[in-house]
Design a protein around this ligand. Structure first.
Ligand SMILES: *Cc1c(COP(=O)(O)O)cnc(C)c1O
Length: 406
């Protein structure tokens, strides 16, 4: 007889042996007091400061967003009641899609259960609708894009990260009439660098390719209206598909794409991950609409400015004391440790001794040997918290890691 249980235990033992067994921090976020949260650990509860949330602007506790959720639940109830096709398309879905299309300057938008599902469902569908298509994919693309590309069944060509020459070499080798999709990101979330959006558009136009841009870590955060890096760089109209999430800077949940009416209608009609699942609940759509209103307003612009200032300040303070901040031009502040065991140890000490929560980032999220602490300051992390963090990091980072920067 096969010992199934033993197989699972062995699989986990391999992860443990590598020092990358994942332990979830059990938190209770406190609406109104972000980034403070309660931590449930070893049978006790205490307050800590969260420094690794993707709720980048604290919209997850914004009064207007909470009101949007509460109001929607009061009016419409808890669930949407069906798939989009069968009884689950509500007025809120239609309104939200219209607002997202407008945000990105596109004819249409389509909601999904998550950003992951948006990438998986859209890329797999586009690939299937374009027989013979080649998908050119940045080597640092998110797992959800990789899953979509795999599921499309298309041939894929991986280009070196942000390497325009490599991308052009791959494009030049293809017949002009072959369908091509270039898939890449506006902000790469683990290194914090930007994609060269305009230059990739140049190449796409020269070689007749479509562009698919994941703006998950940029929507709400970059551009005058918070539409992302493509908006900031003035090239939104040159991107074929913009994909985003409502879960990070929007502080809610759900994903979407924006594009031409024909493309969005095709994905709506063919994508299994869109069709066969219940639509987003009223609490989510109501909150997301409220978040969108805030983020496109002057208040949103002020939050974005403060967010950038906080990230710049933290990076400067860390560099002053020799902490090896990776050269990230964005709001993400990654500190290289380069070893899974040391990274986890530093994270544990931050939490246990200093009440600071920064989850260690290990393989497969990042390549082996590049394990890091990924810090995400928000407009709500004041100077005092920054000072506490800097002081704590000097204490917990391995000496080798600090020395490397010196
Ligand atoms: C988080 C993330 C996603 C998935 O978005 P969710 O809404 O969390 O499912 C997609 N792409 C990138 C680059 C991400 O970091």
């Amino acid at each position: 007889m096969i010992d199934y249980e033993a197989r699972f235990a062995e699989a986990v033992a391999r992860v443990r042996a590598e020092g990358r067994y994942r332990v979830f921090a059990e938190l209770e976020r406190i609406a109104g007091r972000f980034p403070t949260a309660r931590l449930y650990r070893n049978g006790s509860v205490r307050e800590i400061t969260v420094w690794c949330s993707n709720d980048y602007l604290g919209m997850g506790q914004h009064p207007a967003v909470l009101e949007g959720a509460i109001e929607a639940v009061r009016r419409y109830g808890s669930g949407a009641g069906g798939t989009r096709n069968i009884s689950g398309t509500t007025h809120l879905h239609v309104e939200l899609e219209r607002a997202l299309a407008e945000l990105h300057g596109k004819q249409a938008a389509l909601l999904f259960t998550s950003g992951y599902v948006a990438n998986e469902a859209t890329l797999s569908t586009l690939g299937k609708l374009l027989p013979g298509c080649l998908i050119l994919s940045d080597e640092k693309n998110h797992a959800s894009m990789i899953a979509g590309i795999r599921a499309s069944g298309c041939e894929k060509a991986i280009f070196r990260h942000n390497d325009l020459d490599h991308l052009e070499t791959l494009l030049r080798a293809q017949p002009r009439e072959r369908p091509k999709i270039i898939a890449f990101e506006g902000v790469y979330s683990m290194d914090g660098d930007f994609g060269p959006v305009a230059q990739i558009c140049d190449l796409a136009e020269r070689y007749g390719a479509m562009t698919y841009l994941d703006e998950v870590h940029a929507v709400g955060l970059y551009g005058p209206k918070g539409a992302g890096v493509a908006e900031r760089d003035g090239v939104m109209d040159r991107i074929t598909v913009i994909q985003g999430t409502l879960a990070k800077a929007f502080g809610c949940m759900g994903g979407y794409i924006a594009g031409s009416a024909a493309l969005v209608d095709a994905v709506r009609s063919y994508a299994s991950g869109f069709i066969f699942t219940t639509s987003l609940a009223p609490a989510v759509t109501g909150a997301a609409l409220a978040a969108l209103r805030v983020l496109t307003s002057e208040e949103g612009a002020a939050l974005r400015a403060r967010h950038q200032e906080r990230a710049a300040t933290l990076k400067a303070r860390l560099r002053e004391v020799g902490v090896p901040v990776m050269p990230s031009p964005s709001h993400i502040v990654p500190v290289m440790v380069g070893d899974p065991v040391a990274c986890k140890a530093a994270s544990d000490r931050l939490l246990d001794e200093f009440g600071i929560y920064i989850q260690p980032i290990n393989y497969p999220t990042v390549p082996r040997g590049t394990e890091r602490l990924r810090i995400t300051p928000t407009p709500l992390h004041g100077d005092e918290l920054v000072q506490e963090l800097v002081a704590a990091l000097i204490r917990v980072l391995p000496a080798t890691s600090l020395a490397r920067a010196a």
